[in-house]
Design a protein around this ligand. Structure first.
Ligand code: SAH
Length: 225
């Protein structure tokens, strides 16, 4: 994949060998931290994370750190994005719904893994900004929706996988209804102490869950702003 932005006022426009080198280093760091899905690591080495940050913060783009973006939100740590992507066990052509578009980084990684990505953002400012960024990056296949992720995207359901990238205090049943039988939902769950959870939808009435330990996301909030 080759990324070249047509033009941009605030963002980064160039992806060069130095950035690519930093991405390979980042992928190696994530491998050392326990990410073992080579397809995920390859996606990390492809997607220009510095496009998602303001030019002034370019140096921070390939450190394994979360970073503030607009509207008081954050771009998740690369490790967290890699972990959520790994837990989703993405296969080419799968339909995946992401809640919390934010910077667009997680959505771009899922796209690089061959998924058909739908992503919902509740903040108009971020929705518009990321939509524009995807246009500039030629990522037209990613469907960015403006709305409340708690209600999901019924008109595109059912999904093979769902990933929530904001911390939900309660289990979002409506969203789980939009998952296929046999599907996977990865979600940070909890109020103060969030846990990364993976749910397998066994039947319409039963699910199996796995706990992947503590994490810290911005809260999943109802309604649009
Ligand atoms: N996936 C993003 C992470 C962004 S942080 C990335 O890769 O950068 C979480 C995002 O979830 C924020 O942008 C926040 O506005 C959004 N969010 C929170 N609650 C939401 C909801 N109910 N529906 C949709 N988006 C939500």
């Amino acid at each position: 994949m080759h990324f070249k932005q047509k033009s941009s006022d605030a963002g980064n426009t160039v992806d060069n060998y130095r950035h690519r080198g930093l991405r390979v280093k980042l992928a190696n760091e994530l491998r050392r931290k326990g990410i073992h899905d080579e397809k995920v690591l390859r996606a990390i080495s492809i997607i220009p994370r510095h496009f998602m940050l303001d030019k002034a913060f370019e140096e921070w783009a390939y450190k394994d750190m979360a970073f503030p973006i607009e509207a008081n939100q954050t771009i998740s740590m690369p490790y967290t994005v890699a972990l959520q992507s790994q837990l989703l066990e993405v296969k080419r052509g799968e339909k995946i719904l992401e809640i919390g578009t934010g910077s667009g980084y997680q959505a771009a990684i899922l796209h690089a893994l061959g998924a058909k990505v739908y992503t919902i953002e509740r903040q108009r400012l971020l929705f518009e900004r990321t939509n524009k960024l995807f246009e500039m990056m030629n990522l037209h296949a990613i469907r960015v929706l403006y709305g409340d992720g708690f209600t999901g995207a019924a008109r595109f359901a059912p999904f093979d996988k769902i990933v929530v990238t904001a911390g939900s205090a309660t289990f979002p049943d409506n969203l789980f209804d939009q998952l296929k039988i046999g599907g996977i939902m990865v979600i940070p769950l909890g109020r103060q102490d969030q846990k990364m959870m993976r749910y397998f939808k066994i039947t319409d009435k039963s699910k199996r869950l796995e706990d992947y330990g503590s994490c810290a996301f911005v809260p999943m909030l109802a309604g649009k702003v």
